[in-house]
Design a protein around this ligand. Structure first.
Ligand SMILES: C[S@@+](CC[C@H](N)C(=O)[O-])C[C@H]1O[C@@H](n2cnc3c(N)ncnc32)[C@H](O)[C@@H]1O
Length: 252
């Protein structure tokens, strides 16, 4: 066994693993994540209708023929407002069914690795399985490099200096709420920008931060795109898009 395999460790029976697979580039997986992706009995992942599933795509180089894979397709994603009754009912039922299926696998003694893009405990759908399954089954969560970390690295942006405070804001907030929170922050990351791009741009401008803001699409992935937010003319971006506003704190 190689030293890397020894460090990665093995999967235990009947255990659910929330595997953070990082921001996109497979080289940013941790040793533990890579080891588990190769050895769990079942590889499970979320996917949008008609798509491969981003987390699954990230780990493709590690998955050989004949693995037991379970694809869980969201009934709705960002085409329906997340606060709506329709979204809550459809997604709630979907998570319930999925948890029941995973529970059956775990009861059979199988190890299940549920892939999570970035870090599982940072806006991750994995958390909805963790909430349902952790009371009854052993669960190990493997941290991952977050999307924002991958994005600010690729954008070559040191984010927080000295006593800077960092705000992480979902672009789904209302425009005025975004402006107010941006005004309080030294540095900011705005997630879930996609369909909210035009609103996010207006809020960043109203908060007086447009000159510092950088827009990153698909950071560390194929088709990565990085440009000043001020130069970004589209009103809608892809799902994997965020805005970074670096702090201006103490430089020594
Ligand atoms: C549901 S959150 C998942 C966050 C993920 N668990 C993490 O640790 O980064 C999805 C949002 O994260 C942001 N995101 C994650 N990875 C990204 C990447 N590689 N490039 C750009 N945005 C990314 C986008 O704003 C996207 O809408």
């Amino acid at each position: 066994m190689s030293v890397l395999d020894t460090l990665a460790g093995a999967a235990s029976t009947g255990t659910l693993y929330g595997i953070g697979v990082g921001p996109g580039d497979a080289r940013y997986l941790t040793l533990r994540a890579a080891g588990l992706v190769r050895t769990v009995d079942v590889v499970a992942y979320f996917a949008k209708a008609g798509q491969t599933g981003n987390a699954r795509r990230i780990v493709s180089p590690l998955i050989g023929e004949g693995r037991d894979e379970r694809r869980y397709e969201y009934p709705v994603t960002d085409e329906v407002p997340a606060g709506s009754l329709e979204y809550g009912q459809k997604i709630g039922a979907f998570y319930g069914r999925m948890a029941a299926e995973l529970a059956a696998l775990l009861r059979d003694g199988r190890s299940v690795g549920l892939l999570a893009e970035g870090d599982p405990f940072f806006y991750g759908s994995f958390m909805h399985m963790w909430r349902r399954l952790a009371p009854d089954f052993p669960v190990e969560v493997v941290p991952g490099v977050t999307g924002m970390s991958g994005c600010w690295t690729r954008a070559n942006l040191p984010m927080t200096w000295g006593d800077d405070s960092l705000a992480v804001l979902p672009g789904t907030l209302g425009e005025q709420a975004l402006v107010e929170r941006l005004r309080l922050a030294d540095a900011a990351v705005i997630m879930k920008v996609g369909r909210n791009l035009a609103k996010v741009r207006r809020a960043v401008e109203a908060a007086g931060l447009l000159a510092r803001a950088v827009y990153v699409e698909r950071g560390t992935m194929e088709n990565e795109r990085i440009l000043p937010l001020a130069d970004c003319e589209a009103s809608i971006g892809p799902y994997f898009a965020m805005v970074l506003i670096p702090g201006e704190g103490r430089r020594l």
